[in-house]
Every structure is written in structure tokens, then in C-alpha cells.
Design a protein around this ligand. Structure first.
Ligand SMILES: Cc1cc2nc3c(=O)[nH]c(=O)nc-3n(C[C@H](O)[C@H](O)[C@H](O)COP(=O)(O)OP(=O)(O)OC[C@H]3O[C@@H](n4cnc5c(N)ncnc54)[C@H](O)[C@@H]3O)c2cc1C
Length: 400
């Protein structure tokens, strides 16, 4: 990392490095290097517990709720080093998405109930915002929650619910009232995914992963205190949450890992009898991408360093989301280009290579390159499509 670290920050980085070195077995690191989604969910939950024991599971949370009190730069160093060490990626839906909503908007009883299991990875959350007909236009969502005595009765359908099949809790946007301004009738509700009436159906992606779901809600009854905040405040909570999601969507630490992977592939792959890394045209492409990644890194740090009152539910978060997702696509395309025809070998995260011999023949940096490239076609869509981010920038920054 090309940052000028103070001696205190260097000491912090060394402490993090030593902790990661001592606690991540080689086989876990290998699995997390070649997988972006489950089936290795167990590694992620195990790592969640290891981090929580050390007090490092949710670096960005306020200390009173189990956060670290680290500066934005320290949080950045921690994420960067974790990626370099191939630490399993924690389930982000709890720690990065609903956790901050709960400690910001929920009642003391809800905080006490939901935050500790998120910190320890004991409960895994699914984000139920999008619906058929309500993705970019989220305010058009039709799922309803109607109060019946002491219970809300939920009916509707959610779509593209990432890792819904691995989740035992969900946070859902629902319509609790028909209002003139449709935003004012939306609320955020939490529910146990095992409640009668919840049906989760998996969707297979183009790359073979089974990482998203449809969720059907059919007369699902949940207690009255399952709503976060007052009825009708869900839209503000969703905007707060989506700001967080888009900032982390820059995925800057993954981008550095991708650059390293491309360099390793290019050192092994031969073109015209020489390692690809010696090909000037290829090196120009690699260098151009590295410049873009380092530029984005500084922008991410600038946003992270903003005071909480300037929380990035602004054009900044959308700019980071667009640039980060475009770069992820470019990096994965260059990795595939570096592999050449070998990128076509059949490989899935669940099964590895179709031909068992390939596991032995192929260098460790190659598995997952093609499945990543295919999956990342979606990264300019999830968390808010690119065109919609551009609309936000135009509105917030230029007043259109
Ligand atoms: C892999 C993956 C994982 C996901 N995970 C989750 C999840 O866990 N939870 C969840 O709630 N959702 C999830 N989503 C859903 C995601 O947020 C939506 O797909 C996204 O918001 C786009 O909505 P849509 O798919 O309905 O497309 P649409 O809104 O129908 O958009 C289709 C196209 O029209 C364009 N468009 C739409 N409106 C405008 C406009 N006003 N101006 C210009 N262009 C426009 C879009 O850019 C897009 O290209 C996931 C999606 C994917 C692909």
C-alpha cells in the first residue's frame, strides 16, 4: 500500500499482520482465494467468531455496540491486510448493512436482541429490498405488512435475495400504508426466515453459482415489535443503508488482490515463447488499471474520513460505486485475457475443475477467474444499477 503511515499506524499494521498470520490456516486461505460466495460459508462463520473474540468483527461500528474505535485509515489497513492474507470474507449483510441500521434506528431492546448475534456470526441476514417490478424503482415495492392485533401479517415476493438460502434472519422493506408520497408508506421489518409462510427458492447464476434467491412471503406473521423505527420511516433507513452498501461496493481491497492475481498469472502464462508479463502491450493495460485502482483508493479514503454528519448518502457514494464496479469488471476481464484459452476450462466453486487432473496441473492463481468474470457482470447492477447512480449524481451534484 503506497500510503505514508505514521509509526503508530505501522505498528497497528504489523499487529494485524501477525494476527492474520497466526490465525488463518493455509487451507482456509486457499479456499477463500478461489471462492467468492458459499459453499465455504463455514469458513466465513468460523472467521467471524475468531474476529469477534479479538473484538475485530465490526471495525466500523461504534465501540458501545462492539466496534473497534479504529480511525478510517486503520479500518482501511485492516481490510487491506485481510484481503492480502486471504481471510474469509464475512457475511456483509449483517455487519455492513442491517447492523448499522439497527444501532442507528432501533429500540434498545432490538439492539440487545439483534446486534450480538451479528457480531459473532451466530445469525446470518438476507436483504429483501428488490421485487419483481421494484428494483431501480424501489419505491414501487408491493410487499405489504398489515397490523393484525399484536402481529404484522406480510404478503409479497422478493427477488435477487443474495444468500437467502444461507440466512436465518431477513430485513425486508414492506409497505405498511398507502400514502400520497409512496416513500412515506414504507417500513423496514425484520423476520426469522424459518417463520411459516416464508419460501426461499434459489436461482442459478450464469457462472454456475447459486448465490441469489426468490423469497415468497405468504401470510407470514411476525411480532409487532419487528418493525425498525416508526411505521413509514423505512425509506430513510433504506437510503442510509444503500449509502453504506455503495461505499463498500467500491471493493478497493479486492481490486488490489485482483492486480496481484493478474501479475501472478502473467508471470506463468507464455506468449510467443516469453512470459506474458514481459509483453509491453499487456503491461500497459495492467499499469493503466493499477493507476485507476490507486486513484480510487484515495477517493475511498477521502469519503471514509468524512465526519458522520456528512454520511455519504450523497453523490460520492454513487461515484465510488460506479468506478469500483467498472474497475472490478475491467480487472476480471484482464485476468481472463491473461489466461487465454485456458480460461475456458470448466470450473465451479462447488466442484472445482470438471477434469480432476486440472487441480494438479493448474497453478493456484487460476481457479475462479472465469466464474468471477461472469459473476461480475452483475456488479454494475446490484446495490443500484449504474444508470441509476448516474441519475443520483446528476440530481445531487448538479441539481438536475
Ligand atoms: C447478483 C445480484 C445480487 C443481488 N442481491 C440483492 C439482495 O441481496 N437484495 C436485494 O434486495 N436486491 C438484490 N439485487 C437486486 C438489485 O438491487 C437490482 O437488480 C437492481 O437494483 C436493479 O433492479 P432490476 O433488476 O429490477 O432492474 P431494473 O430496475 O428493471 O433496471 C433494468 C435496466 O434499466 C435501467 N434503468 C432503470 N431505471 C432507470 C432510470 N430511472 N434511468 C436510467 N436507467 C434506468 C437499469 O440501469 C437497468 O439497466 C441483486 C441483484 C443481482 C444481479
Amino acid at each position: 500500500m503506497n500510503l505514508h503511515l505514521s509509526s503508530a499506524d505501522q505498528a497497528f499494521r504489523d499487529e494485524v499482520r501477525a494476527f492474520l498470520r497466526e490465525n488463518i490456516p493455509a487451507e482456509v486461505a486457499r479456499r477463500s482465494r478461489i471462492a467468492m460466495h458459499p459453499p465455504h460459508n463455514d469458513d466465513r462463520l468460523w472467521w467471524n467468531r475468531v474476529l469477534n473474540k479479538r473484538g475485530w468483527a465490526a471495525p466500523a461500528w461504534p465501540q458501545e455496540y462492539g466496534g473497534t474505535g479504529w480511525s478510517p485509515l486503520q479500518q482501511h489497513i485492516f481490510s487491506y491486510e485481510s484481503h492480502l492474507a486471504h481471510a474469509p470474507e464475512l457475511r456483509w449483510q449483517g455487519i455492513k448493512l442491517v447492523g448499522p441500521v439497527i444501532y442507528t434506528f432501533a429500540t434498545p431492546a432490538q439492539k440487545a436482541r439483534y446486534l450480538p448475534p451479528i457480531l459473532n456470526g451466530d445469525e446470518c441476514w438476507a436483504q429483501g429490498f428488490s421485487e419483481p417490478g421494484a428494483g431501480s424503482d424501489l419505491v414501487a415495492l408491493k410487499t405489504t405488512a398489515v397490523l393484525d392485533g399484536d402481529e404484522w401479517v406480510i404478503n409479497g415476493q422478493k427477488l435477487w435475495t443474495t444468500e437467502g438460502q444461507y440466512s436465518n434472519m431477513g430485513f425486508f422493506l414492506v409497505r405498511t400504508a398507502q400514502t400520497e408520497r409512496p416513500q412515506q408508506g414504507i417500513s423496514m421489518i425484520v423476520l426469522d426466515m424459518n417463520t411459516p409462510g416464508v419460501t426461499v427458492r434459489t436461482i442459478q447464476m450464469i457462472n454456475g453459482d447459486v448465490s441469489t434467491c426468490e423469497v415468497f412471503l405468504d401470510n407470514v406473521r411476525v411480532p409487532k415489535d419487528s418493525l425498525i423505527g416508526e411505521p413509514g420511516t423505512g425509506w430513510a433507513q433504506a437510503k442510509f443503508l444503500l449509502g453504506n452498501e455503495r461505499t463498500s461496493s467500491a471493493d478497493i481491497h479486492k481490486a488490489f488482490g485482483d492486480l496481484a492475481r493478474i501479475r501472478s498469472i502473467a508471470a506463468i502464462e507464455q506468449r510467443n515463447g516469453r512470459p506474458l508479463i514481459e509483453d509491453p502491450a499487456f503491461c500497459r493495460k495492467l499499469a493503466a488499471l493499477e493507476i485507476e485502482v490507486r486513484t480510487l483508493e484515495w477517493s475511498v479514503l477521502r469519503v471514509l474520513a468524512q465526519a458522520p454528519s456528512e454520511h455519504p448518502v450523497t453523490a460520492c457514494a454513487s461515484v465510488l460505486k460506479i468506478r469500483g464496479s467498472e474497475l472490478q469488471q475491467s480487472l476480471s476481464e484482464l485476468a481472463t485475457e491473461a489466461l487465454g484459452p485456458r480460461a475456458l476450462r470448466e470450473y465451479t466453486r462447488e466442484q472445482g475443475f470438471a477434469d480432476a487432473d486440472d487441480d494438479l496441473l493448474w497453478p493456484d492463481v487460476t481457479p475462479g477467474v472465469t466464474v468471477d468474470q461472469m459473476y461480475l457482470r452483475a456488479c454494475t447492477i446490484f446495490g443500484g444499477a449504474k444508470e441509476v447512480q448516474k441519475n443520483i449524481i446528476a440530481k445531487v451534484a448538479f441539481g438536475f
